[in-house]
Ligand binder design. Structure first.
Ligand code: ADP
Length: 479
């Protein structure tokens, strides 16, 4: 018997069974049944959030601190159970699921603290006797639209600052991961949020997500997902003159120079390209390697890939879980075929794997002999597929790294301070890593990219305030 998880609208759990969620490690395993909202429910949720905004925005820091702290504490106390459930519905390994859950708890804790630190500025006016105050206020109703690859962390890093700064929320999670979304909303609801402050509308992006984009009462939208949907969010938001923030794809380069420590470079590449089944917008999908280390690097990676344990996400020995669903698996396989047609050499993997239960298992794939002009170098694959681009020196490596429509993260493996420093200064990415994987970032500092990867203010850390607040400049003449 699966329990029906409902939508939360104006403090009430509502809705009938609409969709089922399956475990990508074993498609016979039904994770749960979920209500599916339509345009009418989206409208009700937005109206509830609008009605709840005046009181919540004036509630003061203590009430917000209490809810966020309580939420953090419960998530942390239940990290193993929630992490397991996340791994079951998304397919990332248990360690990754628990790690992500801990991160969500840390994010709520961080923003609980931020509620008590909100400050403004006061300056003398250019007019004698006049004072000027600059304060920050919540934006209003925030639409939060999230993808499936970080089912708890991404909702956490949008919901926590939105609430901390006094906004109300309509939250539309990805269709593939409703259990994680429901869990986080259930915890926040029980932590004492007033009705209407946080509304959950699970359902199809084209229906319930689109209804949010088209509603003028949504004052801001924070979106993480594909470039195509991001552009729709942007166009609809401009139409309604609302604030918006987009986190989209990446085609992140990891540069490996001749002077790199080979073990560090291989660790960075394997982690960055293949962990979380390569399903991270920060994944290192382009491995840009100089001549002198190229062959040793490729051999060492192949050796490591051969030893990786690919299997059921819930098995503690598994290092790489399944691909999230059939559509993503097809996309990965299509790109592997495209890479071959383009003339790249598949040096390792790329085959489907059988693992007892029916699941979406794919052997990590490594291409060599690829160029930066190939589609596998330019388009985001979002799977356990990476390609090596051979270059002659650092200058060519940097040029290739920056030659991409994206700009989320980048990395360099080198023991040269000169090259590391030059790369940090000249890489056209929002986040740059030296001797570290391109994926895996801290929760208390800004996250975001440049070019086609991101739009709008940064997420996470204190920088999140920029999006979730609006500035007021008030003048007082006291006589
Ligand atoms: P992905 O390929 O990662 O699923 P999408 O951009 O399709 O990326 O999905 C990211 C989020 O955007 C999901 O919650 C999805 O339901 C939502 N979404 C998809 N289409 C629309 C749309 N037309 N309007 C609003 N949200 C949408």
């Amino acid at each position: 018997m699966t329990v029906l998880r409902k939508n939360l609208i104006d403090g009430e759990w509502l809705g009938e069974a609409g969709s089922r969620n399956i475990n990508p490690s074993n498609t016979n395993d039904i994770v749960g049944e979920y209500a599916s909202a339509g345009p009418e429910q989206a409208k009700q949720a937005i109206a509830a959030a609008k009605a709840a905004f005046p009181a919540w925005s004036r509630s003061g820091p203590l009430a917000r601190h209490a809810v966020l702290k309580k939420t953090s504490d419960e998530i942390m106390a239940r990290k193993d159970e929630i992490g397991r459930s996340l791994a079951r519905e998304e397919g990332k390994t248990l360690a990754e699921g628990v790690g992500e859950t801990i991160r969500a708890a840390q994010i709520f804790d961080f923003f609980a603290g931020e509620t008590l630190r909100l400050s403004g500025e006061m300056v003398p006016s250019v007019r004698p006797g006049v004072g000027v105050e600059m304060t920050r206020e919540g934006v209003g109703v925030v639409g939060i639209i999230t993808p499936w690859n970080f089912p708890i962390a991404i909702p956490a890093w949008k919901i926590a600052p939105a609430l901390a700064y006094g906004n109300t929320i309509v939250f539309k999670p990805a269709e593939l991961v409703p259990e994680s979304a429901w869990t986080i909303v259930d915890i926040l609801h029980r932590a004492g949020l007033p009705k209407g402050v946080l509304n959950l509308v699970m359902g199809k992006g084209s229906v319930v997500g689109q209804a949010m984009l088209d509603n003028p009462d949504v004052n801001a939208i924070s979106f993480t997902g594909s470039v195509g949907t991001g552009k729709r969010v942007a166009a609809a938001s401009v139409e309604h003159m609302r604030k918006f923030q987009l986190e989209m794809g990446g085609k992140n380069p990891l540069v490996v120079l001749d002077d790199a420590d080979l073990a560090v470079a291989v660790d960075c590449a394997v982690n960055g390209a293949y962990f979380s089944t390569g399903q991270r917008c920060t994944a290192s999908s382009r491995l840009i390697v100089t001549d002198g280390i190229h062959d040793r690097f490729v051999e060492a990676i192949k050796e490591r890939l051969d030893k990786l344990v690919i299997g059921d996400a819930l098995d503690a020995k598994t290092q790489i879980g399944p691909v999230v669903d059939q559509n993503q698996l097809k996309q990965d396989e299509d790109y592997i075929a495209i890479g071959r047609q383009e003339g790249a050499e598949l040096a390792f993997g790329g085959d489907r794997l059988e693992r007892g239960a029916p699941g979406f298992y794919l052997q990590p794939a490594l291409f060599v002999g690829s160029t930066n002009a190939m589609r596998i170098s330019r388009e985001e694959i979002f799977g356990p597929v990476a390609n090596v681009i051979r270059v002659k020196d650092y200058d060519e490596a940097l040029a290739v790294a920056n030659d991409t429509p994206f700009g989320l993260t980048s990395g360099i493996c080198t023991t040269s301070l000169k090259h590391a420093t030059h790369f940090k200064r000249n890489s056209e990415a929002g986040m740059v890593m030296v001797n570290l994987p391109t994926a895996g970032v801290d929760f208390h500092v800004p996250f975001g990219g440049r070019k086609g990867s991101s739009y709008g203010p940064r997420e996470q850390g204190r920088y999140a305030m920029e999006f979730y607040t609006t500035v007021k400049t008030a003048y007082t003449f006291a006589g």
